[in-house]
Design a protein. Structure first.
Length: 93
């Protein structure tokens, strides 16, 4: 399945900007993030729906973030992404 086109991520610029500032994350292409060398988060869309896939504990989790997402929906997406980053970047025990 193809990734969402960069033009279709413009409404998430504030959230993407916050993700870009996180330590260890690199944006290889618009909206495609890696943590160190491991794929971490990217976007897909199909049939008018958009979602982010974020990797948690080695498994991809689907986070809905529709094209006309409300401020609350965007905040929920960002919180989930930040929580996933905190988990992957925590020191290993």
């Amino acid at each position: 399945m193809a990734h969402t086109k960069p033009a279709d991520l413009k409404d998430l610029e504030q959230e993407l900007s916050e993700l870009r500032s996180l330590p260890g994350l690199k944006e290889k292409s618009p909206g495609i993030f890696y943590f160190k060398s491991v794929s971490f988060l990217h976007f897909h869309d199909k049939d008018g729906k958009r979602w982010a896939d974020v990797k948690v504990d080695g498994c991809w989790n689907k986070l809905p973030v529709d094209f006309r997402a409300s401020t609350a929906a965007k905040a929920k997406f960002l919180k989930a992404a930040l929580d996933a980053h905190a988990k992957i970047s925590a020191p290993k025990k």
